[in-house]
Design a protein around this ligand. Sequence first.
Ligand code: FEO
Length: 404
Amino acid sequence: MGPVEIKKGVYWVGALDWNIRDFHGYSTPLGTTYNAYLVVDEKIALFDTVKRPFKNDLIECISKIIDPRRIDYLVVNHVEMDHSGSVPDFVELAGPEKVICSPMGKKALIDHYNRPDWPYQVVETGQTLSLGKKTATFLETRMLHWPDSMMSYIAEDKLLVSSDGFGQHWATSQRFDDQVDASELFRHAAKYYANILLVFSPLVQKLIAKVGEMGIEIDMIAPDHGLIWRKDPLGIIEAYGKWSRQESRKKAVVVFDTMWQATERMAGAIAEGLQEGGLDFKLLNLKTSHRSDVMTEVLDSAALVIGSATINNGMMPAVADLLSYMKGLRPVGKVGAAFGSYGWSGEAVKLVSEAMQDMKINLIGEGVRVRFSPKKEDLDRCVELGRQVAQAVLNLISPKTSGL
Ligand code: FEO
């Protein structure tokens, strides 16, 4: 794809990855983008590069505007290799006067590429880089997404180059939020938040507060993945505020894996009880629902009900996978319960319950276990569990946060 001017003298020069389907465990059925930005002023600066297999796309895109060897400064906002993978080739080709990064960024670049000889200039929060008419101000954003991460702000354009923050994994030929369906865009942004940033929610809150303290005016947010926010930059900041507070609504996720459909039938009965109790619900079978899509649904859910058949004295592998993944992302403030069928030993419900307790999920009861196939009275117990979970949610959610 060719360059796109996003502000006068500022160009998107990234790459589209239409075919990636797994991003370190996160499903990307619609691909992603690696965004890089070129600022052409009295000095010329490139903000970030792209994943290494796309280095030619980057160079060709830049070449449509200027000779890449004219670039004076390379700003490395983030060292994860989807953004820094082309840095060695770029430095070799362009020989920039400075490679600008955070203190942790310099360490990470040397750890990755073993090039202590590059012309580093280390910057900290509040430090600036004059490009002529425009000035970049740097804002360290440690752990959003790595310790080295930072954002760059160009005050003259009210432009925040936000690295991983505010991104989406969605490959599109359009570059701006107002060129795509807004609800689909926010769905991708929510999935990205739930699977990449949820664990760092307290830091997201601090970042939003810091941006407020610094009095930064934002007219456009240009992330390193997905669409650029030019119509609704404040909308995505507000969404980050809500997601980072882990505000939930009257909604439950029932997620399970099943062996011979007994646990699946139990899930359906639990959902019936949730509905009777006044909750919206999602019923997700792990044979067809990816862990990262489950996490997206968990993001705004007040309750989580997890089911597993017992296999070899344990839980189903897909349930163990989900619990391990979810634990790392640290959802907070949920109520929940476990359920599942078994044949003779039946450990899965206890093990799932323990894993949920470990995540500080407030368990409602000891869960429901059913031997082999559920009878009517077993399904009635499942419906009742759904009702109890719904009641616990209604007790937990105040009218203000539930939108009543
Ligand atoms: Fe898009 Fe943390 O890299």
